[in-house]
Design a protein around this ligand. Structure first.
Ligand code: AQP
Length: 336
């Protein structure tokens, strides 16, 4: 098979409203990477159903993620933008990877432990085997690079282990060993209510996250209400690192303004949070509102959005199907 050197796969779950963490940790980076890489961007609905999703809204959430990709600046003509469940090869390869990955490997996954909590006997088998499906998402396209937030690093290491083991077991070099691309200042955006907790779609408090669908007023209000400590802003990085809420807001500012965090600290160090929060609110709303407006426009035009998704499905299958066939041959599965 032709050796690929610069191909990206990354996905976002339609499991709730997209937030600033998804944007700064993932989508914003996709936009710059599309210039340099051949890109596959996927709405990972099969991952979303590892926890309960309301069937009445899942389809709409799926369109919303596709709209967020385009509204953020991903060009649907240049890149392959598609929905995971439309390309059955992902699930087919995931089964094979369930037979390659070891229980011990999956037992070490911290995201499963965090999400299952004390309830691990009652969560779905899919939640446990989520990382083997993620490995299949990536490797079915022989992707070489995967842009993700910090929280997905361990899953990507597992993907590399699976690729390596498959290649060794079957004496092949079919799978590349994909590299994580954890880019930008904000690789792990934290909750606005608790600087030690990741900003996430499933946090029960709306005030913990800024959503891409928030209005300018809502963004400004959420930043004003963000938890901070009583001291002025830190004037050096070492001190900032010991103040979770402060470093989170400084990091968000730096990432939104394409600056290094040191530059933001030199500008705001020693000042009061109130002024900084005003400026951050203005900055965040000026960067995010155009995305929200464009997303809403796209969501009004379902016909266009669905046509993008269908074109993406065809392009994705054109790459995924020959790879799956080759894998079946390597394993010795009956092909007729
Ligand atoms: N807080 C975050 N900071 C930086 N990056 C983040 N990502 C998610 N949260 C943050 C990155 O966004 C991409 C898509 O994530 P996902 O939709 O697959 O789901 P997730 O990581 O499980 O995100 P959530 O929002 O936290 O969902 P729930 O609440 O359901 O767990 C990934 O690249 C991820 O790294």
């Amino acid at each position: 098979m032709e050796k690929i050197t610069k191909r990206i796969l990354s996905g976002v779950q339609p499991s709730g409203d997209l937030h600033l963490g998804n944007y700064l940790g993932a989508i914003k980076n996709f936009v710059s990477l599309q210039k340099e890489f051949e890109c596959f961007f996927c709405v990972v609905d099969l991952h979303a159903i590892t926890v309960w999703q309301d069937p009445k809204i899942l389809k709409q959430k799926t369109r919303e993620v596709a709209a967020a990709f385009i509204a953020s600046g991903i060009d649907p003509d240049k890149n392959t933008l598609f929905v995971q469940s439309q390309v059955p090869q992902h699930a087919q390869l995931a089964w094979i990877f369930n037979c390659v990955a070891r229980m011990g490997w999956l037992n070490r996954m911290t995201q499963f432990k965090d999400k299952a909590g004390k309830n691990s006997e009652n969560v779905s088998v899919g939640l446990f085997s989520y990382p083997t499906l993620m490995a299949a998402d990536i490797l079915i396209y022989l992707a070489t690079h995967v842009p993700v937030g910090e929280d997905q690093k361990q899953h990507l290491e597992l993907t590399r282990d699976i690729a390596q083991k498959f290649n060794n077991d079957f004496n092949t070099d079919i799978f590349p060993i994909p590299e994580p691309l954890i880019l930008g200042e904000a690789t792990r955006v934290m909750s606005l209510r608790d600087g030690l907790k990741k900003m996430s779609k499933s946090d029960p408090s709306d005030y913990s996250r800024i959503m891409l669908s928030d209005s300018e007023e809502e963004i400004i209000k959420k930043i004003k209400k963000a938890k901070t400590d009583p001291m002025p802003l830190p004037d050096n990085l070492e001190d900032a690192k010991n103040r979770p809420e402060a470093i989170n807001l400084l990091t968000i500012y730096a990432a939104l303004n394409d600056q290094e965090i040191g530059t933001v600290i030199s500008e705001y160090g020693g000042k009061e949070f109130s002024q900084f929060k005003n400026d951050l609110g203005e900055l965040a709303s000026s960067k995010l509102s155009p995305i929200s407006v464009e997303m809403n426009k796209l969501l009004q035009d379902e016909k266009y959005l669905d046509s993008v998704i269908i074109k993406g499905k065809e392009r994705a299958i054109n790459i995924a199907d020959p790879v799956l066939n080759k894998i079946y041959q390597i394993i010795g599965l009956f092909r007729g």
